[in-house]
Design a protein around this ligand. Structure first.
Ligand SMILES: Cc1ncc(COP(=O)(O)O)c(C=O)c1O
Length: 383
């Protein structure tokens, strides 16, 4: 018999659709994968070489739970310079991927009954982990008419004395939307007023195509109650390496490191060495990927808007589009299945990201322009 809490643990349906699409492909069907959120590029060569050198140099042992000091220094410098703040290695915890930070922070801070506000549609792991620890998930709707930002007045109505944490994600999965400076500032002020934590998931911070990334650290009044999440998966095409980190108040960093001692022990040392190279080495490969994502976005959004029944905003960041599909006359899940079965195009129903995702689909444009064009043709044929 499983523990009762397991009934409250959710999942990411992207992996289920991927496995169904892979099965169809193995049976000989042509499938275009637009369901999974990972760069289709290979990790840049200098990063791979740094990992190989580290293995040869003996970085094969346990290390400190919070991360090696040299790694934390490099990551702290990066956050300090990039966000214009002054943080040190004592503020950084390095984890195998960005995901453990989400899990550990909620585990460390949210008691049963505590309210946690999180974006809906949003990355499904937020709601899953809030439920898992017995917290009360309070969705804040992201609305198309606000370019998938939220309404600060709506947020104000949701925050109260029971709010323990506000989760932000900008640029945003699945909509590609971004929070405005006014919204960020408003949230920082609300967190201070109601003594709440902010968990700002900024793993897409380098994938901003119009304008500049707005970070929660732009509003330092909330820094002593903020966890800023960053990672290498998206920026450096390192999803399979598992490397993420966060900046937070030192006292909390000690506690998150303690959870790491109890779970992963530490992040692999040779992978941390590769992560240092990613940040301190040449950035041209990463910048090239970002420029390519922007081109794909422009082309794909234009194509989607030519499809009957589709209406798609141009997202400002990340590598997802979130077209409104009400004009097709189908519900989201139905259209997801229809497009996979009939056209061989794998996308995700907006409802995979919460109830406010109804009437939308999410496609990842982390695929070649050739495949994206082919996907548009295939969808057009079956609509
Ligand atoms: C918003 C968001 N946060 C966190 C993650 C997890 O990143 P990682 O693969 O580094 O654990 C993802 C991955 O899809 C994401 O979209």
């Amino acid at each position: 018999m499983l523990a009762e809490r397991m009934s409250r643990l959710g999942t990411e349906t992207a992996f289920e659709v991927l496995s169904k699409a892979n099965k169809m492909q193995a049976e000989g069907r042509e499938i275009i994968h637009l369901e999974i959120g990972e760069p289709d590029f290979d990790t840049p060569r200098n990063i791979i070489d740094a990992a190989i050198n580290a293995l040869n140099d003996g970085f094969t042992h346990y290390g400190p739970s919070a991360g090696m000091l040299e790694t934390r220094k490099v990551f702290a410098n990066f956050i300090s310079e990039d966000r214009g703040v002054d943080i040190g290695p004592e503020n950084i915890v390095v984890t195998p991927g960005a995901k453990p930070i989400l899990f550990f922070s909620i585990l460390a801070l949210v008691d049963p009954g505590d309210e946690v506000i999180y974006p809906n549609p949003g990355f499904p792991i937020y709601e899953s982990v809030i439920n898992f620890v017995g917290g009360k998930p309070i969705p804040i709707p992201l609305r198309e008419e606000k370019e998938f930002s939220f309404d600060l007045e709506e947020m104000k109505a949701l925050v109260n004395e029971k709010t323990k944490m506000i989760i932000l994600n900008s640029p945003h999965n699945p909509t590609g939307g971004s929070l405005t400076p006014e919204d960020m500032k408003g949230i920082a002020e609300l967190a201070v007023e109601y003594d709440a934590w902010i968990l700002s998931d900024e793993v897409y911070s380098k994938m901003v195509y119009d304008g500049k990334h707005v970070s929660i650290y732009d509003y330092p009044e909330a820094m002593d109650r903020t966890i800023l999440l960053e990672g290498h998966s998206k920026t450096y095409a390192m999803t399979g390496w598992r490397l993420g980190y966060a900046s937070m108040p030192e006292k909390l960093a000690e506690q998150i490191a303690k959870i790491q001692t109890n779970s992963n022990s530490c992040t692999a040392s040779f992978i941390q060495r590769a992560g240092i190279e990613a940040i301190t080495g040449p950035q041209d490969e990463s910048l090239k990927m970002m420029a390519e994502f922007k081109e794909r976005r422009d082309m794909f959004v234009e194509g989607l808007n030519e499809l009957p029944g589709f209406k798609c905003l141009k997202p400002k960041g990340a590598f997802y589009v979130f077209p409104n599909i009400t004009g097709t006359g189908k519900k989201s899940k139905e259209l997801e299945e229809y497009l996979l079965d009939k056209a061989g195009v794998a996308g995700l129903s907006g409802t995979s990201f919460g109830s406010y995702g109804e009437d939308y689909l999410r496609f990842s444009y982390a695929n070649s322009q050739k495949n994206l064009k082919r996907a548009l043709e295939l969808i057009k044929e079956v609509l």
